[in-house]
Design a protein around this ligand. Structure first.
Ligand code: ADP
Ligand code: ZN
Length: 435
């Protein structure tokens, strides 16, 4: 078995890739201009015609598409084919507002599943594996995407969906699952449950996990790897681009390769829209090259990351993206300081806590307040009250150093923070309620 799902593409030279991309881009732009009024109007407004786009170097001439456009065009406004040619609908999780629906032709589904298959193979998956898919099934793209990818690789697929954690572990043991796919917060919960059931990683056969759909830190990766006895790989995607599998981690575990034969990536300055050079941190923008039913030109994801074409030891030539540290709209501005929930998570895990935490932001007498609720493990909970308040102080100090502002830390009893089976909700911003 090869280390790649499609070696001829995954390891193509950068020149060859660029040629493939350019050819597809020219076609895609024609396709949307002719078939989607929304795009035609946007391009006309910007004074661009399909003839202006001759290669990927002309990409910057095209207008951006934003989430607001998708909501505007809901539901059919961006359809690139007849509805009759569509075979599937999926929808965003609605984490940051009204849901967006995406349409797929059978060809779109095939390409999406290929992307997920590449991710599974990059995580060491083969047709000899048992792949337990514990992402939610349904409108959410996680379950459907990895399910399809697992079939393509030829793994024995366990379509568990999320939830019912003890049963997950029971099946994992009985059917000898070797790969698990779910959100990282759910993986952490499965690890915690395994321990509570009196089991250790030696009692299961898992070797790899493919985790995505939400931000997670390196610290959390190490925790999950230890609790389940696996290697944990990141996977990235969004409903608008089809779903998970737009980018995936290889054995190097140092950033995700973007499936560049299907998606053109750019990094822009989120304030000015200026395209930034490789290596700069900014907002990730995608142009789909093959999608038929729901084509995207320069879609602004609001995810903040860095791209790099540094040579990867796995042999893949696809450009790599760093873990998005969160969306531009996840960023909290507290007393004028930018705070990402992932920074708080990093401190917590470094200081020996779990990823069970909740951030609450509010405003009192015109000043922003930041409260961080952190769950204690049963061992930590047996400390005296004095010890616990000393811990709170230490933790608040460590956060102050990382964030530049003083949070109020509350250490709370085990099992008091709701566990996540899908995307974790870690921030409650009560300021919005007062506005
Ligand atoms: P919603 O936007 O409602 O959450 P999606 O389910 O389509 O809908 O989620 C896509 C978003 O999830 C991405 O834009 C990104 O913010 C986040 N995401 C997906 N995979 C990852 C990942 N591996 N790391 C960090 N964030 C991720
Ligand atoms: Zn690699």
């Amino acid at each position: 078995m090869s280390n790649y799902f499609q070696p001829e593409i995954e390891t193509a030279s950068v020149e060859d890739l660029k040629a493939i991309q350019s050819e597809k881009l020219v076609k895609q732009v024609k396709h949307v201009y002719e078939n989607v009024k929304y795009y035609r109007d946007m391009m006309d407004e910007k004074g661009v015609t399909p003839d202006d786009i001759k290669s990927v170097d002309d990409l910057h001439k095209l207008p951006f598409l934003t989430k607001a456009d998708l909501r505007d065009a809901y539901p059919y406004g961006l359809l690139g084919t007849n509805l009759k040619d569509c075979v599937r609908i999926q929808s965003t999780s609605g984490t940051t507002g009204r849901r967006v629906v995406a349409f797929y032709t059978q060809n779109d589904i095939n390409l999406w599943e290929d992307c997920c298959a590449r991710a599974i193979v990059a995580a060491g998956g083969t047709d000899g594996d048992v792949c337990q898919v514990a992402y939610g099934y349904g409108l959410f793209t996680g379950g459907a995407g990895l399910n399809g990818g697992s079939h393509k690789v030829g793994c024995l697929t366990l379509p568990m969906s999320s939830g019912n954690t003890e049963r997950q572990i029971q099946f994992m043991q009985d059917l000898h699952s070797t790969i698990i796919c779910c959100t990282p917060s759910y993986a952490a919960y499965i690890g915690e449950t395994l321990k509570e059931m009196g089991l250790t990683p030696d009692d299961i056969d898992l070797k790899a996990g493919i985790f995505g759909a939400e931000p997670w830190t390196e610290e959390m990766r190490r925790d999950i790897e230890k609790s389940l006895g696996i290697k944990a790989y990141d996977i990235y995607g969004l409903t608008e681009t089809s779903g998970p599998g737009v980018a995936f981690e290889c054995e190097e575990q140092s950033g995700m390769h973007i499936n560049e034969d299907h998606f053109l990536a750019e990094i822009i300055d989120p304030e000015t829209g200026e395209v930034l050079p490789e290596g700069s941190k900014g907002e990730l923008v995608f142009t789909s090259l093959d999608k038929e039913a729901f084509p995207l030109l320069r879609y602004r994801t609001r995810d903040i990351c860095v791209l790099s074409r540094k040579k990867c030891s796995c042999g893949r030539t696809f450009i790599k993206m760093t873990k998005p540290m969160g969306r531009s709209d996840d960023m909290l501005i507290i007393r004028g300081v930018n705070v990402f929930p992932s920074q708080i998570e990093t401190v917590l895990i470094k200081e020996g806590y779990t990823s069970n935490y909740l951030i609450e932001v509010d405003r009192e007498r015109n000043t922003d307040t930041l409260d961080v609720y952190v769950e204690l493990t049963p061992e930590q909970f047996s400390d005296t009250v004095k010890e616990i308040s000393a811990r709170e102080k230490t933790l608040a100090n460590a956060m102050k150093i990382m964030l530049g502002i003083n949070p109020k830390v509350h250490l709370v009893a085990p099992k008091t923070i709701t566990r996540s089976e899908g995307k974790a909700v870690r921030v409650i911003d009560k300021r919005k309620l007062h506005d």
